[in-house]
Design a protein around this ligand. Structure first.
Ligand code: PLP
Length: 391
């Protein structure tokens, strides 16, 4: 039987063995509610404290600055809506700035804020998917409560100039949030060095379990909670804590910090090998996104004259898992808003394919993938009404 090849690590990753081992006791004998006073409760409270330290260490924060959530989506919602609601009630500010290429976990809360009477500006991006600092300068007003720009894009992998954008936002008296779901654990991310006020993270992108994430909230910053109840997580996120998920997320952060240099080396070498092979072996193909400021595991291509969805189905038939971009937007059946914002034509968007790598991928897998991809592209182009253009 042929081994399946997984090239969709930006969508999700397998839970590491060490992570599973740490989680297991909290699914069995250590099941106490962390809010309970007895020893069962104290054991799980200690486990959460340890996880909070590990998550904080990954991004150079203090444990007290970490609020656990159900994942990246909830962290983004809490950051955007929680900061905007607080700024409105405390300062009367009702203006938010974000970018056109954010994940829906930021865009949808922003749209909700618009329905609630806030003004939201969406910043454009360059053809490589980068937000221009001068565009942010031009959009800021005295009324701007919050700027939210992602650390790295989930589709094309472009890393944003977060530190510079944050400095500009602060100069104008606005808070700065960054969605670091695709960055934390994959490139060095230091909340203090970036000087951001809020930063979102997710566990399942870094070999932790699904359904766990965190929001970094700079010490001293007040935001409004979205979920009300028993007052867990310093009143910011009520609900009995997902102890096994939090423990697993903590361990995943510890491993990511320990393995960061080896991870970056392995995936970036493999990515460059993949990019080189595709450009040599598949005519009328193009790498999208930045060649300089790019996530080490991301390769995003357009194959002219083919449909990306057809490519994914055919790759899947050949036991290779890939994606056109965000797993979430596939359900919505919309063309990528990220590629649209980068100025791509309909043809450039439909022919797009994202391959994202991990420590588990090998050069042999890349060789097989490019060989299969090359033959599928040829086959699909032969069926295309534009075949004379690309064959
Ligand atoms: N933000 C970005 C940039 C993402 O890539 C994702 C997931 O794909 C999310 C937020 C949502 O994270 P989660 O799946 O943990 O809710």
């Amino acid at each position: 039987m042929v081994e399946r090849i997984y090239l969709d690590s930006a969508a999700s990753t397998p839970v590491a063995d060490e992570v599973i081992q740490e989680m297991l006791p909290y699914l069995k004998q250590q099941f106490g509610n962390p809010s309970s006073i007895h020893s069962f409760g104290r054991e799980t409270t200690r486990a959460i404290q340890q996880a909070r330290r590990r998550v904080a260490d990954l991004i150079g924060a203090k444990p007290s600055e970490i609020t656990f959530t159900s994942g990246g989506t909830e962290a983004d919602n809490l950051a955007v809506k929680g900061a905007a609601e607080y700024a409105k009630s405390a300062l009367g500010k009702r203006h938010v700035i974000t970018s056109y290429i954010e994940h829906d976990a930021v865009l949808e809360p922003c749209r909700d804020l618009e329905r609630l009477g806030y003004d939201v500006n969406y910043l454009p991006v360059t053809a490589q998917g980068s937000v221009r600092p001068e565009d942010l300068k031009g959009a800021l007003t005295k009324n701007t409560a919050l700027v939210s720009v992602m650390h790295a894009n989930n589709e094309v992998g472009t890393i944003q100039p977060v530190k510079e954008l944050c400095r500009i936002a602060h100069k104008a008296g606005a808070l700065f949030h960054t969605d670091a779901v695709q960055a934390a654990g994959k490139i060095p991310v230091d909340a203090k060095d970036l000087a951001v006020d809020l930063l979102s993270m997710s566990s399942h992108k870094i070999n932790g379990p699904k359904g766990a994430g965190a929001l970094y909230i700079r010490h001293g910053l007040d935001i409004m909670p979205l979920i009300h109840g028993g007052g867990q997580e310093s009143e910011l996120r009520s609900g009995t804590e997902n102890v096994p998920g939090i423990v697993g997320f903590g361990k995943a952060c510890e491993l990511a910090a320990k393995n960061l240099a080896a991870y970056q080396k392995h995936v970036s070498e493999l990515r460059d090998y993949l990019i080189g092979k595709v450009s040599q072996e598949i005519a009328h193909s193009r790498l999208n996104g930045s060649t300089i400021s790019r996530l080490p595991a991301n390769a995003h291509f357009t194959f002219f004259g083919v449909n990306g969805e057809d490519l994914i189905i055919k790759l899947d038939e050949n036991d290779i898992a890939a994606s056109t971009g965000s797993a979430c937007s596939v359900k919505k059946q919309k063309p990528s808003h990220v590629l649209k914002a980068m100025g791509f034509s309909y043809e450039e968007i439909t022919g797009s394919l994202r391959l994202t790598l991990s420590m588990q991928n090998t050069k042999e897998e890349i060789d097989r993938t490019v060989a299969v991809l090359s033959s599928i592209v040829r086959e699909l182009r032969a069926l295309s009404p534009f075949k004379s253009k690309y064959t």
